[in-house]
Design a protein around this ligand. Structure first.
Ligand SMILES: [Mg+2]
Length: 251
């Protein structure tokens, strides 16, 4: 007899919130304040030079993320590499702890500009009601799991989220299977009890199928896909919840 679904591995950009990340000039001021807080004990002038370099070096990636959070600029230059380069140019040590503090400082907090996509909170709540645990499985640039927890608390989504694994935490970007494997390990379950919910065929559906997981391709913020190998395709997140109910009903 087939086993029941236990865990949903859920993408974020283009799935729970929009594909692109809006930025504005004022974001640099917030970053500067957080960089100062992250670099206490370092001479003020050096911190300002570092902040200038970090903000300027990040501009190409920031601009690319206003179009899509998954873009070549972000893929080619991981945050750790960018930050280590800036620290090196400023003559500051690039140890793991400093890099992590600066990565979090550079992560722009969610706000009124970044709201969940319609039905996102309902989907998470419905999966909980169905007895499924929700684990975020997301490609990110600056964000690790702790940064995301803050975001989801601000957006009123945290109560329906059980765990978070980002590509920063897993050390690889999807479609590498590391994010899904880490999420599955965290949940202590097997691939046949997981359903991956995401908006990208190549990053979400393809690796999930290879691992033997169930899959739902959603397109609440994308054009309707011409084709998909996913077990189900859902135009919005309420249809996605129905697809999960159908999967449970058919088991
Ligand atoms: Mg996505």
């Amino acid at each position: 007899m087939p086993r029941a679904l236990e865990v949903a591995l859920i993408d974020v950009g283009g799935t729970l919130w929009p594909n692109s990340w809006p930025i504005r000039k004022a974001d640099a001021a917030g970053r500067r304040l957080r960089i100062r807080a992250a670099m206490q004990g370092v001479e003020a002038a050096a911190v300002e030079t570092l902040a200038d370099d970090l903000i300027e070096s990040s501009r190409p990636g920031d601009e690319a993320r206003t179009i899509s959070t998954e873009n070549q600029v972000s893929i080619d230059s991981p945050a750790e590499t960018l930050i280590a380069g800036c620290l090196g140019r400023c003559g500051l040590p690039a140890d793991t702890d400093t890099i992590r503090r600066l990565r979090r400082a550079m992560s722009i907090p969610v706000s009124d500009r970044m709201q969940p996509l319609p039905g996102a909170v309902d989907l998470l709540a419905e999966l909980c009601r169905l007895g499924i645990r929700n684990v975020i499985a997301s490609n990110t640039y600056w964000r690790d799991a702790d940064s995301y927890w803050e975001d989801f608390r601000l957006l009123g989504m945290a109560e329906h989220i059980d765990g978070i694994v980002t590509s920063v935490d897993a050390g690889h970007l999807k479609p590498h299977p590391a994010v899904f494997e880490a999420a599955m390990r965290w949940a202590g379950t097997t691939a046949d009890r997981c359903v991956v919910i995401g908006n990208r065929e190549e990053n979400d559906i393809a690796p999930a199928l290879t691992l033997g997981m169930w899959t739902i391709l959603v397109h609440p913020d994308d054009p309707k896909p011409a084709a998909s190998r996913a077990h189900a395709v859902a135009p919005d997140l309420w249809a996605c919840a129905q697809a999960v109910r159908d999967m449970l009903g058919s088991q």
